[in-house]
Every structure is written in structure tokens, then in C-alpha cells.
Design a protein around this ligand. Structure first.
Ligand code: NAG
Ligand code: NAG
Ligand code: NAG
Length: 452
């Protein structure tokens, strides 16, 4: 048994190279497994209506594959045993978790946290992995090791699946393989069970005699696997009987028109009519759907912010509503103080609905609201001069600003000019917000009318 002591620090750079490389998806893939194995970023569309079903996620979105029809496994981690220690002693070193099962999609790494309880002040021990059971191409690395008490991360990634012809025993292709992480001072080892997913999981959900396949085949990952002697995308052609022109398979119901009146029946398959506008297409097995039969907004189908699927808009990420006319984005609702609708309303479909009495596109207009001068005048009056309606409550209500007196109003920029009704004198002040609090600068003398 080859036990490799692993130098943890040297392994760190490898994590970066473990990233999936961009490579083209096998567009001609005819099965899900073929597609998924052609690259970690490849997604299989289980909707057989698409011409090319193996693509990147964004390309399939553009091609109109419904998200429910996208098969894009990423692998998974299943923690089987994760017991915690009650009393860490100076002698034992305790790893957590103790048992983990990993299912890996080739090229997509999976990780889980591994915490190691050591006696206080003791460094994390050297870890050893016996990697002899796993085939070449499966890499196990650690990261985060230097971050004190943080759990380290164990990252596991598998390269390519070996071809079936390479391995007679299928277990040599997919595992499971058992790997142990040990240390001289561990009270127990960490056991990993590693599996590589070389086939689409949807293969397990075979629907025998599927109606989609005219009950002459099994539906597997969205494709028909026809029973003998049937053929065709939907197993609609009986090789033994058919003259190849069975029109039954081109009607949605017994009396329905051939291909919904929007296509031609060719050997039991509908070939939908094309439209003058090349972007407009009939779709579906009976040409019963189209991508142009959806609500319009601003003269654009689905508001220009979504695609049309069989009469329904599928809106882009930041849009909603039947016609995708409603933006979820709040940028157009942002007030000059960087608050959505000035904090005085709600942003709906990109426009503010202001709470009264606020108004305006970003709820910043309020003719009846008190300005800063009115808001603070009574408190300035009592704090600076001991006069005004708040003079008896000044201590309780007006301690929220720091007061600075200056000689005259000329020392204040753009001062508020307010009248104190008690003595009919004017006073001048300014209010500003700074990180240290609210500051008020006030002219020390009031300006009283001459006749007084
Ligand atoms: C194991 O359990 C601990 C709590 O005792 C938790 O913090 C930790 O995340 C668990 N580890 C895993 C891999 O789930
Ligand atoms: C595994 O590590 C080797 C270097 O030791 C690297 O060349 C290879 O690309 C890694 N495999 C994966 C799938 O990241
Ligand atoms: C396949 O696995 C068996 C054990 O299950 C092993 O003896 C054999 O060497 C492996 N063959 C290959 C080609 O890896």
C-alpha cells in the first residue's frame, strides 16, 4: 500500500489549475451522457424539439430550452458521519466529519470543510492520504490550511471518464473508491467514498412504453429509445408495416388537422411551415406552438425582455409580468441620496410609487414637507437663546446636535433665517450632517426690528 505523506502547502497552487477549462460542447451529441461528458460546462436539453440539444447553459437559454428541461448535474457531497468530540485532550486529534460520500461530475470539483480539533496551541498535524485506490485523474487537495481555527477545505475533482472500452469492469470507471485521510495522531481516519458520474442520472428514470414515444419505446433523458421494429424521433414508424407515410402521427387528435394546419407530414413527422420572418417559428411535435404568439409591449414581443414559448412569455432575469414589461431593476428609482425612492415609496416596474405627501419620479418632491430650516428652528431657538416654544423641553428634545456659536450671520454659509415668535427677532443658523454627528452653527446675536 502506497501511503503518501502530503505536503499541504505545495498542493495549494494545484487548486487553481483544477478549474474547468473551456472547451466546446459536443453539439452533435445524441445522448445525454455523451453531452455531459463532452465538458463540465455542457448542458443537455431533455426537450427533443431542439435541433442541437447539447450546449452551454446560456446557448441553450438562447435556443429556447425551458429551464425545467435542462440537465446539468454538478455532483454532490453527502456527509455520512460527522460526530463531534466532547473532550479534546492533549493526546488525541479529532477530525470532523469522519465519513463522506462524493459524487463527481468530471471536471467539476466538490469540496467540504474538514475541521481538526487539536489541543490548544498545537499545530495542525501532517495529513496523509492513501490515494492508491483511486485512478489517475482524481485529485484530492486541501486549502485554507493556514487560517488558524477555520476548517480546512478538502477539494476533490475527477478528470475525464474512461471510455467503456478501456474498462471491462464498470466499477473501474465510476467507482466507488475508498480513500482514507489519516495522521499519526488522529484518533480515527476520515473516510471518503468517491464516485464519478459517467452517465446521466436521468437514464435511471427510463419511462417504458412512453406515450411520447407512441408506446413503442422508452423515454430516456428526453429521447425515445425505440423498440424493434419501430423507428423515428417518436418511434412513429413501424419498419415492418409502414410505407413510411403514417399520417396518424401528425395529428394531435383523431380529427385534428395534419400538423395543426401549420406544417407538412413527412413520414409521420411534422415539418413546420416557415414564416416570412426567419425569427418566427412554429414549434412542437404537431407544430402546435409558436414563438411569436405572445403579448406585446411597446410594439415588441414580450416587451423585448423575454422569449415567447407557445403563447407564454419567458421573461429575462430582471423582468416580470405577462409581457415582460416590468423591470425588477431599481436603478431608475434611485434618488439623489442613493435610496430607492428616497426611502419614501416603493419601486414597482422601474417607477416609484410614493407615499403621500411625497411625489415625483424618485419621491423627492414634497412641497408641504418641512424644510431643514423649519425642522430645526425651534430647537436652535431654545438651545442658543433659551427662547421659543420648546424652551421648557429643550433638554429633552433638542440634544441631537452639537452647537457652535459664531459672531455674525456673515460667518455662516447659506444660513437659515428664522423668526422667533417670542420676541419677533430673526436668528441665523445652518445645520449639517457629518460622520461625527449633526452640527449646528448659529449667529450669536439675534437681529431685532428697529422699532422694538
Ligand atoms: C459537522 O458538524 C459540525 C458541528 O458539530 C458542523 O459545524 C460542520 O459544518 C459539519 N461538517 C460537515 C462537513 O457537514
Ligand atoms: C490533477 O492534478 C494534475 C497535477 O498533479 C493536473 O495536471 C490535472 O489537471 C489535475 N486534474 C484535474 C481534473 O484537475
Ligand atoms: C479493475 O478493477 C479490478 C478490481 O475491481 C482490478 O483488479 C483491475 O486491475 C482493474 N482494471 C483496470 C483496467 O483498471
Amino acid at each position: 500500500m502506497a501511503v503518501k505523506p502530503v505536503c499541504l502547502f505545495l498542493l495549494l497552487p494545484l487548486l487553481l489549475s483544477g478549474q474547468a477549462k473551456k472547451q466546446a460542447c459536443l453539439k452533435s451529441a445524441s445522448t445525454c451522457s455523451e453531452c455531459i461528458l463532452s465538458g463540465p460546462q455542457c448542458v443537455w436539453c431533455t426537450d427533443s424539439g431542439l435541433k442541437s440539444r447539447c450546449h452551454t447553459l446560456s446557448a441553450l437559454e438562447r435556443a429556447g430550452c425551458d429551464p425545467h428541461h435542462m440537465y446539468n448535474p454538478q455532483g454532490r457531497v453527502h456527509v455520512i458521519r460527522n460526530e463531534s468530540t466532547t473532550e479534546p485532550t492533549a493526546e488525541t486529534v479529532f477530525p470532523q466529519p469522519q465519513e463522506v460520500t462524493l459524487h463527481l461530475r468530471p471536471g467539476v470539483s466538490q469540496s467540504f470543510p474538514l475541521s481538526i480539533t487539536t489541543a490548544r496551541g498545537r499545530p495542525i498535524p501532517e495529513l496523509k492520504i492513501d490515494t492508491s485506490p483511486v485512478p489517475a485523474g482524481v485529485n484530492i487537495t486541501f486549502s485554507n490550511i493556514r487560517h488558524g481555527n477555520m476548517p480546512m477545505e478538502v477539494n476533490v475533482v475527477a478528470g475525464h471518464c474512461r471510455t467503456t472500452s478501456d474498462t471491462i469492469n464498470p466499477k473501474n470507471r465510476t467507482g466507488p473508491w475508498s480513500v482514507h485521510i489519516t495522521s499519526g495522531s488522529f484518533s480515527q481516519s476520515v473516510n471518503l467514498e468517491i464516485n464519478v458520474e459517467c452517465e446521466c442520472d436521468c437514464k435511471r428514470n427510463r419511462e417504458e412504453n412512453s406515450p411520447t414515444c407512441n408506446s413503442h419505446g422508452a423515454l430516456v433523458c428526453g429521447s425515445c429509445e425505440c423498440y424493434q421494429p419501430y423507428l423515428g424521433q417518436y418511434c412513429q414508424i413501424n419498419q415492418e408495416l409502414s410505407d413510411g407515410r403514417d399520417e396518424r402521427f401528425c395529428r394531435r387528435g383523431p380529427n385534428a388537422p395534419l400538423c395543426s394546419g401549420r406544417g407538412t407530414c413527412v413520414e409521420g413527422d411534422c415539418v413546420c411551415h416557415s414564416q416570412e420572418n426567419p425569427n418566427e417559428r412554429y414549434k412542437g411535435r404537431f407544430c402546435e406552438c409558436s414563438n411569436f404568439d405572445c403579448p406585446y409591449h411597446n410594439n415588441r414581443i414580450c416587451g423585448g425582455h423575454g422569449r415567447c414559448e407557445c403563447g407564454q412569455c419567458i421573461c429575462d432575469n430582471d423582468w416580470s409580468d405577462e409581457d415582460c414589461s416590468c423591470s425588477i431593476d431599481t436603478i431608475s428609482c434611485m434618488a439623489s441620496n442613493q435610496q430607492v425612492c428616497n426611502g419614501q415609496g416603493m419601486c414597482q416596474c422601474g417607477s416609484c410609487r410614493c407615499d403621500p405627501p411625497y411625489a415625483g419620479p424618485t419621491c423627492e418632491n414634497c412641497p408641504t414637507c418641512l424644510g431643514p430650516c423649519q425642522t430645526h428652528a425651534e430647537c436652535v431657538d431654545c438651545r442658543a437663546f433659551g427662547t421659543g416654544p420648546k424652551k421648557d423641553r429643550c433638554e429633552a428634545e433638542c440634544n441631537y446636535f452639537i452647537l457652535t456659536k459664531v459672531e455674525s450671520k456673515e460667518d455662516i454659509q447659506a444660513p437659515c433665517k428664522m423668526i422667533s415668535h417670542e420676541d419677533s427677532c430673526f436668528f441665523y443658523f445652518s445645520i449639517s450632517q457629518t460622520p461625527t454627528g449633526t452640527h449646528c452653527t448659529v449667529a450669536a446675536t439675534k437681529e431685532c426690528p428697529q422699532w422694538k
